[in-house]
Each structure stands twice: as structure tokens, then as C-alpha cells.
Design a protein around this ligand. Structure first.
Ligand code: FE
Ligand code: FE
Ligand code: ZN
Ligand code: FE
Length: 166
């Protein structure tokens, strides 16, 4: 990686890989969540992710490069953490609280990546793809806020009651 363009392409491929992994991971998270609002949050964000993958394809196309992923160890690890929570807990508010924390870690990773890509697009003369990347960044931020609200307003309280009862 010698130039900002190289860096841009590397992390575009990184997030492309990550988003496609999430297409598989989000249904598992939805399936294992108990509270309907949380199931719905993961399911709705999975649907958004389909469009995010499409936007990334448009960015590749604009740059005249094939849409190709490069393995992202970070997203593999974050998904593995979610699977660990599922494996080590029973269905209920405690698992839900853990799934939210794992889901937010994923959104934060994506926010970091899209934020950097937007900055590099601005600096490197690809201002025409900023809109596509910004649209997705806004969705990631919205997903993060929704998960946070579910935890703070509802699920953490239920989980703390569960812990006391056990
Ligand atoms: Fe995403
Ligand atoms: Fe990565
Ligand atoms: Zn351009
Ligand atoms: Fe996301």
C-alpha cells in the first residue's frame, strides 16, 4: 500500500468482506434474541445490509475495479464473540444484553471504517462516492443508536432482574 488510493481500495475490500459476513451473522443474532424489538432490530439491519453491499458494488464499479473482498480478521473476531455469547448463555434478557453489546461493537467497527473511507475519498479526489458511503455510515449510526436505546430503556433492566432471581 503506497498511496491513499491503495489504502482506500484495501479497506473498501475489507468492509465489503465484513458486510457480506454480516449478511450471514445477523439472522443468527435475530434468531437467538428473545425480545421482539431486538429480533426486529437485527432483522431490519440485515435488510439494510443488503443495500449496503449494493452500494459498495457501486463504489467498486465507479472506481473501475471488480467487487472483491479481503478477509477482515476484526469482523471475524467480533462475530465469533457474538457466537460465544450465544453458546454460553440461555435465551433471555441476559443473552439479549450480550447480543446488543456484540451488535454495537460491529456497528462501531463499521462506523470507523466508513468514516475513514469518507475522509480518504474527500482527500483523494473521489468525492463522487462520498454520498454512497455516507448513506451507509448514517445507517450504521442509526443501528447503533437503536441497539443502545433497547439496552438502556428496556433490556439491561430485565437482565439485572434475571440476575437477582437466579
Ligand atoms: Fe453494515
Ligand atoms: Fe477489517
Ligand atoms: Zn471518483
Ligand atoms: Fe451495520
Amino acid at each position: 500500500m503506497k498511496s491513499l488510493d491503495d489504502l482506500f481500495m484495501h479497506f473498501l475490500r475489507d468492509i465489503y468482506y465484513a458486510e457480506r459476513q454480516l449478511l450471514k451473522a445477523l439472522p443468527k443474532m435475530a434468531k437467538n434474541a428473545q425480545v421482539p424489538a431486538l429480533k426486529e432490530a437485527f432483522t431490519a439491519h440485515r435488510e439494510e445490509t443488503v443495500h449496503q453491499v449494493e452500494r459498495l458494488k457501486q463504489v467498486f464499479e465507479h472506481l473501475g475495479k471488480p467487487a472483491k473482498g479481503v478477509p477482515c480478521e476484526a469482523i471475524k473476531g467480533l462475530i465469533e464473540e457474538a457466537e460465544e455469547v450465544i453458546g454460553d448463555s440461555e435465551a433471555g434478557p441476559v443473552r439479549d444484553a450480550g447480543l446488543i453489546a456484540c451488535g454495537q461493537a460491529v456497528e462501531h467497527y463499521e462506523m470507523a471504517r466508513y468514516g475513514a473511507l469518507i475522509g480518504w475519498a474527500q482527500a483523494g479526489g473521489h468525492k463522487d462516492v462520498i454520498g454512497l458511503l455516507q448513506q451507509t455510515l448514517d445507517e450504521e449510526k442509526k443501528a447503533d443508536r437503536l441497539l443502545n436505546d433497547l439496552a438502556v430503556k428496556q433490556i439491561n433492566k430485565s437482565a439485572s432482574v434475571t440476575a437477582k432471581a437466579a
